[in-house]
Structure formats: C-alpha cells, structure tokens
Ligand binder design. Structure first.
Ligand SMILES: [Zn+2]
Length: 257
C-alpha cells in the first residue's frame, strides 16, 4: 500500500505539470496552434513521428493536427523509408495526405499506381490533381504518358512546353520548345525517375525511336557537332521542331529508368 502511495505521488506531480502545460496551450488561439503544427509537418525531417507526439500532448494540438491544412503541408517525401518497413502505413499516409490536396502525395501515388500497381485510372486522377495544383514533375510525367498515343501527343507537347517555362498557372501563350537541356525539364525527369526507382521496378515497353530526316536535327548546341539522338540528357541539343525535341525527351526518359 505504502509503496503504491509513494509511486502515486510523483505521477500526480507529472500529471499536474502536464495539465498546467496543456491549459497554457488551450488558451492560445487555434490559428496559432494550427500554424505551429503546419510548420512542423512541412519542415521536420521526421514529420509523421513529430505530429503523432504533438497529437498526444493535448486536445488543442490533437484538433490542430487533424486539420486539412496539416495533411496538405506534410512533407511526405521525408517519410519514404516507411515504404520499406511499413508499406501499408506509408500508402495510408499518402492517401490521407492526397485527400487533403497534398501535391507531392498525389504525385507519388500517381506514379506508383500507374507504374507499379496497374491502377492507371486512379493514377492519372492523382497526377491530374497534383498538376492542377502546379506540381511540375506531375505535369511532366502526365505529358510523357500522353505522348505515347497519337491522339494525345499534341496535348502532351503543350504541357511539356508549359513545364519548360516553370509555371503551369500562366495563361500567356508559350513558344514551342525546340532545344533540350532546360533545367526545369531535367529536374522533373530526375524527380520522376527517383520515385519510379524506389518502387518495384516494372519494365515499360516503348517503340524504338526513329531519327528525324532533317540533317541538322538534334545537333549539339555547343560545338555544332552533328550527333543526333544521343541520349545523354545533359548536353543541350537543337531540334527542327518541338515534336522532335519532345520525342527526344520521351526516349531520354525511358532510357534512364
Ligand atoms: Zn527533327
């Protein structure tokens, strides 16, 4: 009995201390708590763990952590190791965050569903959601997929021309891109390939490339050496049209997966 009493006292002290802290938090404006929670979700290197800890501290932070804005801001890319240890938890997190309009979660889910899970329809919807929110890599991958089919090739080129400007929301008309080496396009390609390589890789079969008949198409922009269709992806090349430029990109992408 005495032993139980002596154990009970320190616990009570701790609880009183926690209750005092909780009561301080409870008088802070909910907007402020939401902002703090959002910052942790977006900036932490372990956002999921930190949000869970925060959620357990008091009702006010619990409420804040459930807000859509937190799911929208959560840095899901920092939790990619979960994919290997807790695959179901990782995809549950991605789906929760995607429902909150988290652009990166929609992008990763889109790539996974199309490339890995044979869920093309849902994958395209996730890519579209990310693209509508301005996610450039999602727009890039969507365009690469559309480029495969003759009926959607023109739409694909319009999206890729827009991606090369780095701004999907602009309503200004875009000059068709006829040169490779654009840093935004290169970054989008690398980002998409990075997500694909983390998955269980499945081969994508594509038709072989047919070099353009235009003798200067694909020439190196630096020294003028004519060496068309070299798929190094880094040395800028000049093409006779944006069709040739994006055909080169299409093969460059699949050549690097
Ligand atoms: Zn050409």
């Amino acid at each position: 009995m005495n032993k139980m009493k002596s154990e009970h006292k320190p616990r009570s002290k701790v609880m009183r201390k926690l209750n005092r802290k909780s009561s301080i938090v409870s008088i802070l404006p909910q907007d402020l708590l939401l902002e703090v929670t959002k910052q942790i979700a977006s900036k932490s290197s372990t956002p999921l763990r930190d949000i869970r800890v925060l959620r357990a501290t008091c009702k006010s932070f619990y409420r804040a952590s459930k807000e859509k804005l937190v799911g929208r801001s959560l840095a899901v890319d920092k939790e990619d190791m979960l994919q290997w240890w807790e695959n179901n938890a990782y995809f549950a997190l991605l789906r929760d965050c995607a429902d909150c309009d988290n652009l990166e979660a929609n992008f990763i889910l889109g790539v996974e569903e199309i490339y890995n899970l044979n869920q093309g329809r849902s994958g395209l919807q996730h890519l579209q959601r990310a693209m509508d929110g301005g996610h450039l890599a999602a727009a890039y991958f969507m365009a690469i997929l559309l480029f495969r089919h003759a009926a959607t090739k023109y739409d694909a080129m319009n999206i890729l021309n827009r991606v090369s400007t780095g701004d999907l929301s602009s309503t200004k008309s875009v000059t068709p891109c006829t040169k490779s080496g654009n840093p935004t396009v290169n970054r989008c390609r690398r980002e998409t390939i990075r997500v694909i390589r983390k998955s269980w890789k499945k081969e994508f079969e594509i038709e072989p490339g047919v070099p353009c008949k235009h003798r200067n198409c694909g020439r190196d922009d630096g020294d003028g050496v004519i060496d068309p269709w070299v798929k190094d992806g880094e040395s800028p090349r000049v093409f006779c049209s944006h069709l040739c430029r994006w055909t080169y990109e299409y093969h460059n992408f699949f050549g690097q997966i």
